[in-house]
Write a protein that binds this ligand. Structure first.
Ligand SMILES: NC(=O)c1ccc[n+]([C@@H]2O[C@H](COP(=O)([O-])OP(=O)(O)OC[C@H]3O[C@@H](n4cnc5c(N)ncnc54)[C@H](OP(=O)(O)O)[C@@H]3O)[C@@H](O)[C@H]2O)c1
Length: 212
C-alpha cells in the first residue's frame, strides 16, 4: 500500500518558514529579512542538480547522495497534498510547468476549479477536509506514495490523524527566532516514530523517521 510521507526543511529552532513570509510581503523579501532566511533554509536543496533542472534554474548543481534523495522523493510521489498558503506562494514562484507532475490536492476554504499546468500537474481545490484530500490522493497515486508537502498547518492535521508513515526532515543550521513552527497544535495520542536513516552533510542533516 502507498505510504504517506512528509519531506520538508526545518530551521534548527523548529520553523518551516520565517516570520514575515506572508503573501502581503511576498514581493518584499527584505521585510523582517524573510527572503534571506528562506534562502538559507533552502540553499542545500537549490544546489542539487535534480531540483535546479525541475525549477528551470539552469545547468549544474551537486550530483551526490543528497541529489539522489531529492530525486527519490519526487519519483516516489504519485500525489501531493498542500495547504492554501503554500500553494499561494508557489502559484507566484513555480515555473509554468509546476514541479510536481502529479495531481496536487490543495486544502482550502476557497472554491475554485482545477488548475491544469503543462507537464502533468493539476491542482484540485478541496473543501471537504484532510481525510477527503487523502482519499483522493490515495486513489490517484496508485502504487506510488503520497507526499504531504506542507505547510505546517496541513502537516499538523495529518500528524493528528495518525496517518503519516514517514517523516523526512532536512534540519538546517540556521536560526529563525520566529515564524511557522512545525511541531505544535499536536494532540494525544501522539504518533510514535523511530529513526530510520541519517545523512549528515555540512549544509543540512537529513533525518528520516518511520512510524512505529
Ligand atoms: N520548510 C519547508 O520545507 C516548507 C514546505 C512547505 C511549505 N513551507 C512554507 O510554509 C508556509 C505555509 O505554511 P502554513 O502552515 O502557514 O500554511 P499551509 O498549511 O500551507 O496552508 C494553511 C491554509 O490552508 C487552508 N486549509 C488548511 N487546512 C484546511 C482544511 N482542513 N480545510 C480547509 N482549508 C484548509 C487554510 O486556508 P484558507 O482558509 O485561506 O483556504 C489555511 O489557512 C509557507 O511560507 C510555505 O512556503 C515550508
Amino acid at each position: 500500500m502507498s505510504k504517506v510521507f512528509v519531506n520538508i526543511a526545518l530551521s534548527l529552532d523548529g520553523y518551516m518558514a520565517p516570520e514575515g513570509m506572508t503573501m502581503e510581503h511576498f514581493s518584499d523579501p527584505g521585510h523582517k529579512d524573510w527572503g534571506a532566511k528562506w534562502g538559507a533554509l533552502m540553499a542545500w536543496a537549490l544546489d542539487q542538480q535534480y531540483l535546479r533542472e525541475k525549477l528551470r534554474f539552469g545547468e549544474g548543481g551537486e550530483t551526490g547522495p543528497v541529489n539522489d534523495l531529492v530525486r527519490a522523493t519526487f519519483e516516489r510521489s504519485g500525489a501531493h497534498i498542500m495547504g492554501k498558503r503554500m500553494f499561494e506562494g508557489g502559484e507566484r514562484g513555480w515555473p509554468e510547468e509546476a514541479p510536481f507532475h502529479t495531481p496536487v490536492y490543495v486544502l482550502t476554504h476557497e472554491r475554485r476549479e482545477p488548475w491544469v499546468r503543462p507537464g502533468g500537474t493539476t491542482f484540485y481545490f478541496i473543501n471537504q477536509g484532510p481525510e477527503r484530500a487523502l482519499a483522493l490522493a490515495r486513489e490517484a497515486a496508485g502504487n506510488r506514495d503520497i507526499r504531504i508537502s506542507g505547510g505546517a498547518d496541513v502537516i499538523q492535521q495529518y500528524l493528528n490523524l495518525g496517518v503519516v508513515d514517514e517523516l523526512e526532515i532536512a534540519l538546517v543550521p540556521v536560526l529563525f527566532g520566529g515564524g511557522w513552527r512545525l511541531f505544535e497544535n499536536l494532540r494525544e495520542p501522539l504518533p510514535q516514530f523511530r529513526i530510520d536513516k541519517v545523512l549528515d552533510t555540512p549544509a543540512a542533516t537529513h533525518l528520516r523517521y518511520v512510524r512505529q
